[in-house]
Design a protein around this ligand. Structure first.
Ligand SMILES: *Cc1c(COP(=O)(O)O)cnc(C)c1O
Length: 493
C-alpha cells in the first residue's frame, strides 16, 4: 500500500488521491511516499511506445490508487489535440547534444505537461462533503499561472485564483493570464516579488481559521497547483522516460546506457522529476541543475549551505527567479534516507535563520548525482545568439540558462546529453529579438512577427492571438490583501 506523509513527519497516512486533493501537509511539509521506487519501470519495453502508453506505465507506478481506467482517461484527455506535436515532448538533435521540447502544449511552457492532467486527477479525488468545491490557489512567477488557468478553467467542482508579481512577468505572460476565459477563474497582480507572493500563499494554506471560514461560508477547500502538489510533480517524470525512448528509437543508445539531463531550474520541480525517474529505474548519470543569476541552488549544491538571505534579482528568465526552491525538500528527504526529523530541523532553520546546512556525508551523495551551474543575463543573451548561429534553433531565455551551463560542463562522448527546453521563444519575443539583433521597436507582437520572419519559425497561434483578446482582470493587491482576495473569490463563484 502506497501511503503519503509529510517530509517533516510520519503522522499523516494519505492515499495519492488524498495527497493531490490536499496539496500540502498541515505542518508545511510536502507529501512523499516511502514506496517510491519499489515498482520499477521496464526500460527494455520503452521502444516504439507512445507518450500516452509510457505515461500509463509511469503514472500507475506513482499513483497506485488510481484505477487503470481512470489513468487512461486522464492521459487521453490531457495529452491530445491541444498539443502541437503528437509526440507531446519531441526530442531533437542540437549539435552534438539533444533538446527535449516541453513547450508544445496550449500555453507554450513546460508547465502544461503537468497542468493539463492535474485537474483531471483532481476530478477523481473524493470530496469530504457533498457539493464541496476545491479552490486552487497559485502564486506564479509567470508560467504556472497561465498553465493552471488553462487547465482548471470551467472544470466542474473547482475554482482557481492566481497571483502574479506586478511588473515582473513578460507582456505576453501577463496578457495570457489577464485575458483568461472561464467563470471560475480569478487573476490578481500583487505588489511584491514571487517569493513574497508564494510565502503569502503558503501562509494562507496554513491558516486553519481561514480554512474553517471558507468551508462554512461557501463549502470551499483550498488546494495548490504549484509544483509542491504531488499531482503536479509526477506527470513530469513521464517525459524523462519519453526522452529515453526517443534516444533508443533514434539508435543513439542501447537499453541500459546512461544519459545526462540539463534542466533549467527554479522551484526544483522539473529536475526533481528527473530524480524520481532515476529512482524508478531510468539510467540517469547526472542531473545538471541550471540556474539564472538567482543562483541559490548553485551555491547550495557546491557548498552544502542553503542561504536565502541574498539579493533577489529580477531577470529575463522570470520563471527561474526564485530564492526558495520548495521541491528541494523532497530531494533532501530521499537523500537523507527518509529522515523526517532532519528535514524538519533544516526547514526550521530556513524559517528562523534564512539558511540551513546539510551534513557532509549526505552532501557527497547529492553531489555525485546533481551537477550545477548558472548564467547571468549577458551569458543568456549570448547563448540565444550562439545557439541560433550554430544550430539554427531558437531558444528562450530559460532554456538558454541550461544551454550555457551545459557548455560549461565537460562532455563525456559516451553519454548523450539532453537539454530540457522549458518555454517557447515566442513567450519572450523581445529578449530573444534583442539577443539575435532583430528589431524590437514595436510591441511584443511586432517582435513575434519579426522573429518569425527572420528565423522561418512560426509563433504559436494562441500567443499571436493575444493581441486582440479581451482583457478580463486588472486587480492589484498588496501582500496583506491576498487572503481577502481569496475570500471574495470564494464567495463570488
Ligand atoms: C517553471 C519554469 C522553470 C523552472 O521549473 P521548476 O520546476 O520550477 O524548477 C523553468 N523554465 C520555465 C520556462 C518555467 O516556466
Amino acid at each position: 500500500m502506497t501511503i503519503f506523509h509529510s517530509t517533516r513527519s510520519t503522522t499523516d497516512s494519505l492515499t495519492s488521491k488524498q495527497a493531490i486533493r490536499k496539496g500540502i501537509a498541515d505542518d508545511g511539509g510536502l507529501f512523499v511516499t516511502d514506496s517510491l521506487g519499489e515498482r520499477q519501470i521496464d526500460i527494455a519495453q520503452l521502444t516504439g511506445r507512445s507518450y500516452q502508453e509510457i505515461a500509463l506505465d509511469v503514472l500507475s507506478a506513482l499513483l497506485p490508487d488510481f484505477t487503470e481506467d481512470e489513468l487512461t482517461q486522464c492521459i487521453h484527455d490531457a495529452y491530445g489535440e491541444q498539443w502541437a506535436d503528437e509526440r507531446i515532448t519531441p526530442l531533437k538533435p542540437l549539435g552534438d547534444d539533444y533538446v527535449l521540447e516541453l513547450f508544445n502544449g496550449p500555453t507554450s511552457a513546460f508547465k502544461d505537461v503537468a497542468l493539463q492532467i492535474l485537474p483531471r486527477f483532481m476530478a477523481h479525488t473524493t470530496a469530504q462533503q457533498e457539493n464541496e468545491r476545491v479552490m486552487i490557489l497559485t502564486a506564479t512567477s509567470g508560467d504556472t499561472g497561465k498553465a493552471a488557468l488553462a487547465g482548471f478553467a470551467d472544470v466542474p467542482g473547482t475554482a482557481i485564483t492566481v497571483f502574479y508579481p506586478e511588473g515582473k512577468v513578460s507582456e505576453v505572460q501577463e496578457l495570457q493570464m489577464t485575458t483568461q476565459s472561464g467563470s471560475n477563474v480569478q487573476v490578481c497582480a500583487v505588489r511584491g516579488n514571487f517569493d513574497d507572493a508564494q510565502s503569502a500563499v503558503k501562509r494562507i494554506f496554513g491558516d486553519t481559521q481561514f480554512a474553517q471560514q471558507l468551508r462554512s461560508e461557501s463549502n470551499t477547500v483550498l488546494s495548490s497547483a504549484n509544483s509542491i502538489n504531488v499531482g503536479r510533480l509526477v506527470p513530469q517524470v513521464v517525459y524523462y522516460f519519453a526522452a529515453y525512448a526517443q534516444l533508443l528509437e533514434q539508435q543513439v543508445i542501447n537499453v541500459g546506457d546512461e544519459v545526462e539531463f540539463c534542466v533549467p531550474t527554479g522551484n526544483f520541480g522539473n529536475v526533481l522529476a528527473g530524480y524520481y525517474a532515476k529512482l524508478l529505474g531510468l539510467p540517469v548519470k547526472h542531473l545538471i541543475v541550471a540556474s539564472d543569476k538567482n543562483n541559490v541552488l548553485f551555491d547550495f549544491l557546491s557548498t552544502g549551505t542553503y542561504n536565502r538571505q541574498r539579493p533577489f534579482f529580477q531577470t529575463i528568465s522570470p520563471s527561474m527567479d526564485i530564492l526558495i526552491s520548495s521541491n528541494l525538500e523532497r530531494m533532501l528527504y530521499y537523500m537523507s534516507d527518509k529522515d523526517t526529523r532532519l528535514i524538519q530541523m533544516l526547514m526550521n532553520d530556513l524559517n528562523q535563520w534564512g539558511a540551513y546546512e546539510v551534513p557532509e556525508a549526505m552532501m557527497t551523495k547529492i553531489q555525485s548525482l546533481f551537477g550545477c551551474g548558472w548564467a547571468d543575463e549577458d551569458q543568456v543573451r549570448d547563448c540565444i545568439k550562439e545557439c541560433w548561429d550554430r544550430n539554427h534553433y531558437v531558444i528562450d531565455p530559460h532554456t538558454a540558462c541550461g544551454y550555457f551551463v551545459m557548455q560549461q560542463i565537460p562532455r563525456d562522448p559516451l553519454t548523450p546529453r539532453v537539454l530540457l527546453s522549458t518555454a517557447s521563444p515566442y513567450k519572450f519575443p523581445r529578449v530573444v529579438n534583442e539577443s539575435l539583433g532583430l528589431d524590437t521597436t514595436g510591441s511584443d507582437f511586432d517582435c513575434m512577427d519579426e522573429l518569425s520572419k527572420a528565423t522561418g519559425t512560426k509563433a504559436p497561434e494562441a500567443l499571436r492571438d493575444l493581441e486582440h483578446a479581451e482583457l478580463r482582470f486588472n486587480t492589484v493587491v498588496d501582500i496583506d490583501g491576498m487572503e481577502d482576495a481569496v475570500h471574495q473569490a470564494a464567495q463570488r463563484n
